[in-house]
Design a protein around this ligand. Structure first.
Ligand code: CP
Length: 322
């Protein structure tokens, strides 16, 4: 694997390989000493042009647990504010010895531009680009669903026969796009539940069912329900009458939570708008995997960086000393 830019073009085989290596990595994270020597001498640059808590910190933790050197770059406070281009910024960081660049950018396609332009030779990992994709979020979501469903027997398994309902602001969500492609590649049935105003134009070309009524979707007893953040910062117009009305129709409250099967899991990529798309009762319930998703993100990002920078799975297994 040279870069990780999206899940739309990720094969089932590569996706399963990442998830299986992530299982190996997760095993090491319950040890007293969590650090592996695997990427000693390699340098990972976190290039964040947009705000982030989970993704930035978890890439940093993942790289450090593999013994890589980490350079954190935030556009705020850098020479980007003086007009420096993506090309010049990336080439400056490569001159400092970057072997991999993790990039989050508000422009859809920025990671692909970086990977294909020839500006740098480092591997590129997309940490979220505009409304396009957020592949490592989808991988950690798939990892979480698989682990919850198969437990210790999850290695090598896909998501065939499982149903996942993704609810909310699909129009602005790179998390939804990456999950649609990855979860369906892995065999899951995906249903989108969204206000009619927040349906992407080309959704008829996506391998999903689209519904508008959350109560009907809950009646179908999904194995996982994934609540999306309402991205108020990306909305230039009114997409629903009021926040109260949105919550009434598309929010996961305690009444809807009680109607879900007891073994359905409740997911959210974070950051959550508590009280808007998800109630505190749902977010903090026993069915919620919100914190598990964050923890799994470290293992998945360790796996991605390992496969990008250090080669094949046999070595990974040796490296983590199973
Ligand atoms: N899920 C996610 O991408 O969160 P951050 O924006 O905090 O990284």
């Amino acid at each position: 694997m040279r870069h990780l830019l999206d899940t739309q073009t990720l094969s089932r085989e590569t996706a399963l390989r990442i998830l299986d290596v992530a299982e190996d990595m997760a095993d090491t994270q319950s040890r007293e000493i969590k650090k592996l020597p695997t990427l000693r001498g390699r340098t990972v640059v976190n290039l964040f042009f947009e705000d982030s808590t989970r993704t930035r910190i978890s890439f940093e933790a993942a790289a450090k647990r593999l013994s890589a050197d980490v350079i954190n770059f935030a556009a705020k406070g850098s020479s980007v504010s003086k007009g420096e281009s993506l090309q010049d910024t990336a080439q400056t960081l490569e001159a400092m010895g970057a072997d991999a660049v993790v990039i989050r950018h508000s422009a859809s396609g920025a990671p692909r531009t970086l990977a294909s332009s020839g500006w740098i030779s480092a591997g590129v990992i997309n940490a979220g680009d505009g409304t396009h994709e957020h592949p490592t979020q989808a991988l950690l979501d798939a990892f979480t669903i698989r682990k919850r469903h198969w437990g210790e027997d999850s290695r090598g398994r896909d998501l065939e026969g499982l149903s996942v309902t993704i609810v909310g602001d699909v129009l602005h969500s790179r998390v939804a796009r990456s999950n649609v492609w990855l979860l369906t590649t892995l065999g899951a049935q995906v249903t989108l539940v969204t206000p009619p105003t927040l349906v992407p134009q080309n959704v008829n070309r996506w391998p999903v069912d689209v519904q508008y009524n959350l109560d009907d979707a809950i009646d179908n007893k999904p194995d996982a329900i994934m609540m999306l953040r309402i991205q108020l910062e990306r909305m230039q117009a009114a997409f629903f009458p009021s926040e109260r009305e949105y919550t009434r129709q598309w929010g996961l409250d305690s009444t809807r939570l009680a109607r879900l099967p007891a073994d359905s899991i409740v997911m959210h990529p974070g950051p959550m708008n508590r009280g808007l798309e998800i109630s505190a009762e749902a977010a903090d319930s026993a069915q919620s995997t919100v914190r598990e998703q964050v923890a799994n993100g470290i293992s998945v990002r360790m796996a991605v960086m390992y496969l990008l920078l250090a080669g094949d799975r046999d070595q990974a297994v040796k490296g983590v000393d199973r």
